[in-house]
Design a protein around this ligand. Structure first.
Ligand code: NAP
Length: 263
């Protein structure tokens, strides 16, 4: 293969949903890919699909980001394979619906580990080389849930508020370094997310349209390449994100509760 070596993008949760669509957009734009998720067979099928269609190299690393040692294992694998990461996409994440008094604490602590701790640790591990190279992009998948409290899904909403706040702060710290950080904030999107979180019957997922993962990914990719700090796909989602500016927070929180309730 002639020309400059291709750059590589690492995508957590890259075997399905928004992560796989992000991997497809990146592959279409000539990035080699590293996919991380738990199920090796799904990962390998996704990698095969990408290699067959886009003429790139797709590596897989099976890891469970609920485990504290997983981010370091991913980093060590790539360092041993001598694969520098130009783009880090922290996409893996999940939610859980229900009243906090009733929900499963273990599941919520795992959620905090995946949505917050693993994202933070992966950023910590991959950032120094990006700064040294004066080149790199980080795309953190937050949510419109980041903009207000979310009764009946309280830990998930709070976890995404962390992702948004962390990404914006880091983006400012990295100004003029050649490294950018973008928080992608999708609204309800057609993936396995709602079923996993047991919120498929909520008003949020049934009352209005649900976006398709491919267009969310395309939007996120473009925003990341432009170095945008926050990327909210769709007019309705932008309005949701801005609503706390115009209405009292208590009201916004009650509306969020209504959106999370069953239809
Ligand atoms: N869909 C929505 O409505 C929506 C809206 C806003 C934000 N988001 C955010 O978008 C991101 C992607 O969600 P999605 O909708 O694409 O969900 P999804 O369809 O359920 O996909 C989740 C991906 O993450 C992987 N994953 C799950 N748990 C993991 C773990 N413990 N360790 C490693 N990988 C894991 C899954 O593969 P394995 O099961 O094989 O591990 C899969 O590849 C999440 O951060 C979510 O919070 C989603």
């Amino acid at each position: 293969m002639k020309g400059a070596p291709r750059k590589t993008a690492l995508i957590t949760g890259g075997s399905g949903g928004i992560g796989l669509e992000l991997a497809k957009v990146l592959a279409r734009n000539a990035f080699d890919i590293v996919l991380v998720a738990r199920k090796r067979d799904t990962l390998e099928a996704a990698a095969g699909q990408l290699e067959g269609k886009f003429n790139i190299t797709a590596h897989v690393f099976a890891a469970d980001l609920r485990r504290r040692e997983a981010p370091q294992a991913i980093f060590d694998f790539l360092r041993n394979e001598n694969i520098p990461i130009e783009i880090l996409v922290n996409n893996a994440g999940f939610g859980l619906g229900g009243e906090f008094a009733d929900t499963d604490l273990d599941r919520e602590l795992e959620m905090i580990q995946v949505n917050i701790a693993a994202l933070t640790q992966l950023t910590k591990l991959f950032l120094p080389a990006m700064i040294k190279r004066k080149s790199g992009r980080i795309l953190n998948v937050a949510s419109t849930a980041a903009f207000q409290p979310g009764p009946l899904m309280s830990v998930y909403y709070a976890s995404k508020a962390y992702v948004l706040s962390f990404s914006e702060a880091l983006s400012e710290e990295l100004r003029d370094t050649g490294v950018t950080v973008t928080a992608l904030c999708p609204g309800p999107t057609k993936t396995d997310f709602a079923a996993t979180a047991q919120v498929g019957h909520s008003r949020l997922f049934t009352l209005f349209g649900v976006a398709d993962a491919a267009s969310v990914a395309e939007f996120g990719f473009r925003a990341m390449m432009q170095g945008k700090r926050v990327a909210i796909p769709g007019i309705r989602n932008k309005l949701v994100a801005e609503s706390h500016r115009f209405f009292p927070r208590n009201l916004v929180t009650r509306v969020a509760r209504m959106a999370q309730e069953k239809r």
